[in-house]
Design a protein around this ligand. Structure first.
Ligand SMILES: [Zn+2]
Ligand SMILES: [Zn+2]
Length: 644
């Protein structure tokens, strides 16, 4: 009997007969594990659990708790969806069905739109197929044969995919009568599929191109266990309530105006107050951390963008136009502008580091299909800064940036975050700009700085862009969703292209080390995130209106005005609601506007120079002297308190 040597999860090496199935190996390790395992990792590659193993390999097992499990559950559920759709609507053509961060989808070509009733029927059919517990099996066959199969069914989208992507032998997966072209892996049977729910249907273009036919994309989500699904659905409900695209206009913070075009944000007065508070805090912090604020023009000759390289590799995202026969570009980035300021005269090593910061508004073309509220827009203001320093200064500079990042995360109430370090692929040094020593120093500095601040991070080998290593921070909001956060990015390309040098102590010209970094990313995106993080109820220091005075009677209106004037003079943002409405209605209204404090005043309060305080979170707090609530609010504002 021929044997193969298998390295097991505990590190031991054991001989097995060649061709033994992966589930048989699992059984020989532990019967419990074999029942749990949904797939195996063979030398790190996920494989179907029923497949035979024919060579020496390291084998471990994927169980419902493994990091890789979710994708397999979701992807297998997408096949279940396609199977159900084909059963109920045999004329429908099937496209692709991947797992996603949030669940899965499958694209279908069908003349009539799927209705919510259709979705309910499809989901019911999915449950029937799951209950039958059909084995799901991988079938490898000649390409010809697979093409003939999908041609016979009239599944022209699949025919196109097999023709394009299939090798001589293509893999398909069959469950009962339904077969799909796929590389796998999948759960071993439909009965192993976990908890799932179909969520919505939306239009999508075949292969993501507007030139192709429109398909219908059915979205769903799936988890190994029911309680995980229930938790996720709860989160989705909560997310819907927090959606900044709804809350933004409802709270009169911002709108997108179709007359002006998509992806352009109009900040209303209340939104602009939040923005100004963010800007002021940002400017203040940056001055304290040794940054110099600069201002650069919104347009520049295309010559600059040719030198910087953007015209070569970024042209399709840039808005260009002509003036007096010269080409111009509306800036998509601030870096070339800052670099021109640096280069405006000779710089000595004694001047370094130089840190230029700008709230720089940029415009980038994005396809209309990908625009999303304030998250994906065509015009936005980056909180951009560029650090120009020597190699010796790298570590201190990165530490300084991290400290600033941590300060901001804390201030805005993002308690949980994850850090990624994107490093170069050591096997392909030729893919990268700059020299190996520079990269080593830069990556080393990022690592040392992260460690010095006790920040856990995931190292992503080979994920750096060609011009330098970087750190990305993902912030998690109040309901556990990740948001793109601060970035720190080395650049070994631009200094070379633009010739950004400094004069060293030996009078030689040395290229500077350049670091791009942003904390908000863009004011638009960060604001959209804040609206959802706080569900529109901004902490007092950010709230557009911090207190509203609510007179109970006409007689109290004069005192209400005095209260308002006094708080206003103290530097607080205060309004009064003088409408002839019942006090209950005024309170409800202020509550809907998520104003932190409501100050109710009547004859008694006017006489005693007090106010009856209501907090949006804690309700009635009883009467208080005006000076006391004023001071409390001033303290909360000064401390940038995140609480109620
Ligand atoms: Zn598949
Ligand atoms: Zn930059």
């Amino acid at each position: 009997m021929e044997t193969i040597n298998v390295t097991l999860p505990d590190g031991s090496v054991r001989p097995f007969p060649r061709g033994i199935t992966l589930d048989a190996i699992a059984r020989s390790v532990d019967a419990g594990l074999a029942r749990e395992a949904i797939a195996a990792l063979v030398d790190g590659v996920a494989k179907d659990i029923y497949l035979p193993l024919n060579k020496d390999a390291a084998v471990s097992f994927i169980t419902p708790e493994s990091a890789q499990a979710l994708e397999i559950y979701r992807h297998t559920t997408s096949h279940l969806l396609a199977n159900a759709v084909k059963d109920l609507f045999p004329e429908v053509k099937i496209g692709i069905g991947p797992a996603t961060e949030e669940g899965f989808f499958y694209d279908f070509e069908r003349a009539t739109p799927f209705t919510p009733e259709d979705l309910a029927r499809i989901e019911a059919r999915m449950r029937e197929i799951k209950a039958k517990d059909h084995p799901i099996r991988r079938i490898e066959q000649p390409k010809r044969q697979a093409l003939a199969y999908f041609e016979k069914l009239g599944d022209n989208l699949k025919v196109e995919l097999v023709a394009e992507k299939g090798g001589d032998v293509v893999s398909c997966y069959r469950q009962d009568e339904f077969m799909d072209f796929c590389t796998g892996p999948h759960l071993p049977s439909t009965g192993r599929i976990g908890a799932f729910r179909l969520l919505s249907v939306a239009g999508a273009y075949w292969k993501g191109s507007e030139k192709n036919q429109q398909l219908q994309r059915i979205y769903g989500t799936a988890f190994p266990r029911e309680e995980q699904l229930a938790r996720h659905l709860e989160m989705l409900e909560e997310a819907k309530k927090r959606d900044h695209r709804k809350l933004g206009p409802a709270l009169d913070l911002f709108t997108v105006e179709e007359t002006a075009g998509p992806g352009l944000i109009f900040w209303h007065p209340h939104g602009t107050i939040v923005r100004q508070v963010m800007e002021d805090y940002w400017k203040d912090q940056h001055r304290r951390h040794g940054y110099q604020l600069v201002t650069t023009p919104h347009i520049a000759r295309d010559e600059l963008w040719r030198l910087s390289g953007h015209l070569d590799y970024y042209k399709e995202n840039m808005y260009t136009f002509e003036i007096e026969e010269a080409g111009y570009v509306i800036k998509p980035m601030n870096c070339p502008g800052h670099s021109l300021i640096f280069k405006s005269r000779l710089r000595s090593y004694r001047e370094l580091p130089i840190r230029y910061a700008e709230l720089g508004t940029v415009y980038r073309y994005e396809r209309s299909g990908v625009l999303h509220g304030m998250m994906r827009v065509r015009g936005f203001t980056q909180d951009d800064a560029h650090i120009y320093c020597t190699r010796d200064q790298i570590l201190d500079e990165i530490l300084g940036v991290l400290d600033l990042v941590l300060e901001f995360l804390k201030t805005f109430g993002y308690e949980r975050y994850e850090v990624d370090l994107s490093a170069r692929d050591p096997a392909h040094p030729e893919k990268y700009a700059g020299d190996a020593a520079g990269w080593e120093m830069a990556e080393g500095a990022l690592v040392r700085a992260l460690e010095a601040r006790s920040l856990h991070y995931t190292r992503r080998e080979g994920e750096a862009v060609f011009y330098g290593p970087k750190i990305d921070v993902r912030m998690f909001d109040a309901i556990g969703r990740p948001w793109q956060g601060p970035t720190v990015q080395f650049d070994f390309n631009l200094p070379q292209r633009l010739g950004i040098h400094y004069v060293a102590s030996d009078s030689s010209q040395v290229p500077v080390v350049m670091v791009h970094r942003a904390i908000y990313g863009s004011l638009e995106r960060f604001m959209g995130g804040l609206v959802e993080h706080y569900a529109g109820a901004f902490p007092l220091w950010l709230a557009p209106v911090q207190a509203v005075v609510l007179p109970i009677t006409d007689r109290a209106k004069e005192y209400a005005r005095q209260v308002r004037t006094e708080l206003f003079a103290a530097g607080l943002r205060c309004e009064s609601d003088d409408r002839n409405e019942k006090i209950g209605a005024k309170i409800r209204d202020a509550q809907l506007k998520k104003i932190p404090f409501m100050l109710v005043v009547g004859d008694r309060e006017a006489q005693a120079r007090t106010v009856s305080v209501r907090s949006r979170r804690e309700g009635d707090l009883g009467p208080a002297p005006l000076a006391a609530i004023r001071d409390r609010m001033l303290t909360m504002q000064a401390e940038r308190a995140v609480g109620p």
